[in-house]
Design a protein around this ligand. Structure first.
Ligand code: PRP
Ligand code: URA
Length: 209
């Protein structure tokens, strides 16, 4: 089964409490989504392979570590996932970015795909799918299935808030995918929103409500 990593670092938890506050405005919400994404990326890339390189410092020659050229792709689920991209590519400037557009049908809550554009060499890359919310798990599961269709073998999912239902769906549908979240909340409500959650992530990032 895919491993569930709950990233309970104090900085992440502190920032997450600000996101949850209904009085947090768009500017601060957007900034903090990015800050949390960067902190989570730090943990989610902990297993990237390193190789030895010989470097001459101004004082001596030594053997040091560098990333072993493993290629990374960040794939935000539109729209809300976009809020997590910029700070991650600041940390991994060589990463390429694929986009997958999915929205939840308001009646059925099932994901509907409306856009997809991936880097041509996506199958050779370690893929990190990003989206702030893992609710029913339908969107993330569909995104993973879609990306596997390109031949990708190495996929991680990064969500800021998950819930037991969503985690179960990902572990059932994609036991090969490790999941990184900052919190697993209590449950879904009758509208399939995470409780207590933070509301509609896309609307709060883009100011559309
Ligand atoms: C939200 C969120 C996830 C999805 C999670 O997107 O950003 O993509 O819902 O729900 P699920 O786990 O039940 O599928 P939404 O469909 O509201 O679209 P948006 O990002 O365009 O607002
Ligand atoms: N999508 C959101 O943006 N928030 C939720 O709580 C559930 C789905």
């Amino acid at each position: 089964m895919g491993e569930l990593h709950v990233l309970d670092h104090p900085l992440i938890q502190h920032k997450l409490s600000i996101l949850r506050d209904k009085n947090t405005g768009v500017k601060e919400f957007r900034e903090i989504i990015g800050e949390i994404a960067a902190l989570m990326c730090y943990e989610a890339t902990r297993d990237l392979p390193l190789e030895n390189v010989t470097i001459e410092t101004p004082v001596a020659v030594g053997t040091f570590k560098r990333l072993a050229g493993k290629k990374v792709a960040i794939v935000p689920i539109l729209r809300a996932g976009l809020g997590m991209v910029d700070t991650i590519i600041d940390l991994i400037p060589s990463a390429k970015v694929g986009h997958i557009g999915l929205y939840r049908d308001p009646e059925t809550h099932n994901p509907v795909e409306y856009y997809c554009k991936m880097p041509p060499d996506i199958s050779e890359r370690e893929v990190i799918i990003v989206d702030p919310m893992l609710a029913t798990g339908g969107s993330a599961s569909a995104a993973i299935t879609f990306i596997k269709g390109y031949g990708c073998k190495n996929i991680k999912l990064m969500n800021i808030i998950g819930c037991p239902e969503g985690v179960e769906v990902i572990q059932r549908d994609h036991p090969d995918v490790d999941l990184y979240v900052a919190a697993v909340d209590e449950r879904l409500n009758e509208n399939k929103y995470i409780v207590p959650g933070l509301g509609d992530a896309g609307d709060r990032i883009f100011g559309t409500k």
